[in-house]
Structure formats: C-alpha cells, structure tokens
Design a protein. Structure first.
Length: 202
C-alpha cells in the first residue's frame, strides 16, 4: 500500500468515525443564548467577572476595543504601490476597535440586561458587516472568520433585542461574506460553525 493510499484510507476512517464529519452535526438547543454559554450559566459568569482574574481579562478586552492610533494603523498595515494601505488577515484577527467593542456591549447585555448596549452592538456591527468585502484575491479567511465569529456572538447574546428582519439581515451578511471570500457556504449552513449553530432554524 503506497503512502497516498494509506493517507486516503486514514481520511476515510476519520470521516466515518468522527462526529460532525460524517454528517452527524450537533443539534443546537431551542433557546438563546446557546453559543459558548447557556442561560443557567450566566449567574456564574457574572460572579467570575467580578473576581480579580475576571476584571483583568475585561481590562484587556477594553484595551483591545479602543480604536487603533495612527501609529498602530501604520504598523499593522502594509503600504502597497505607494497609494494605499493593505490590511491583511492578522489586522482583523487582533479585533481592535469595533469587533471587540461590540462583543463587550453584547456581554454587558448578556450579564446585566442593559438594552442600550444590545441595541448599539446590533446596529453598529450590522452596519460594519454590510460594508466588509474581503474578496478572493488574498487569503482573508481569518479576517472573514473574525467578523462572522463576532457577529455570531452578537446575534446569539442579543437575540431577543433583534427584530425578525434584523436577524435575517445578519444571516444574509454571514452567507454573503463566506460566499464572496470563497468559503464553503454548505459548511456554514451546518451546525459545526458558530454562525450555523447560533442561527439554526432561524
């Protein structure tokens, strides 16, 4: 048996035995939140956020939520053709500014039920989703993944503050981004992805 045949055999075994790869996707619970946390776990999260370790993590998240300075923008981008600054995937993975700010607002609503935080996160991030277009010229999978991940968290944690129309707009943007960036939209629709999991049956 050649090494290629061995690898093909191994891949077949994996596909047939690993849950999720053979079409056996997890069924999301009917309620929200369901991404990373369930409703009965929120009190424990609230308690942990008040501890020194939780406060330290929140402080780091708030620092990331601040917009880049001009110097940071220059450092994190690449000047191309002397006319524009290119933002590669690592630029977005750092989640500086809007993505982290909106996630923190969603977290505030999740834990403290502050409606203004949810409404701001929903509107600001949807506006950002509608404007992004990573295309296929460069490998921007991590960039599109970062936006979809943040959007999925906001969708799930602020679910009951969204109208049916706004939920549909979020789902439409998720699909547009994965399609335009060359990702497999079929996999997006399955429950193995955060976006597919949180929007299941919506």
């Amino acid at each position: 048996m050649t090494i290629i045949n061995k690898l093909s055999w191994l891949a077949a075994v994996v596909l047939l035995t690993v849950p999720g790869l053979a079409g056996e996707y997890p069924t999301p619970p009917a309620e929200h939140p369901r991404l990373y946390i369930r409703a009965n776990e929120i009190p424990e999260l609230r308690t942990r956020m008040q501890r020194p370790e939780g406060q330290a993590i929140l402080a780091k998240m708030r620092a990331v939520a601040q917009p880049r300075t001009a110097a940071e923008e220059e450092r994190d981008t690449e000047l191309r053709h002397g006319i524009f600054r290119f933002r590669n995937s690592s630029y977005f993975v750092k989640m500086r500014g809007l993505p982290m700010r909106c996630e923190l607002l969603a977290l505030d609503y999740l834990v403290n039920r502050t409606p203004e935080s949810a409404d701001t996160a929903i509107c600001e991030f949807l506006d950002s989703l509608k404007k992004v277009n990573f295309g296929r010229r460069y490998d921007m999978s991590r960039a599109s993944g970062t936006m979809i991940m943040a959007g999925s968290i906001i969708y799930d944690w602020c679910y009951d503050r969204m109208s049916v129309d706004v939920r549909k707009q979020y789902i439409d943007e998720f699909l547009r981004i994965v399609t335009e960036s060359g990702h497999c939209s079929y996999m997006y629709l399955q429950n193995v992805t955060p976006a597919g999991y949180t929007t299941h049956q919506d």
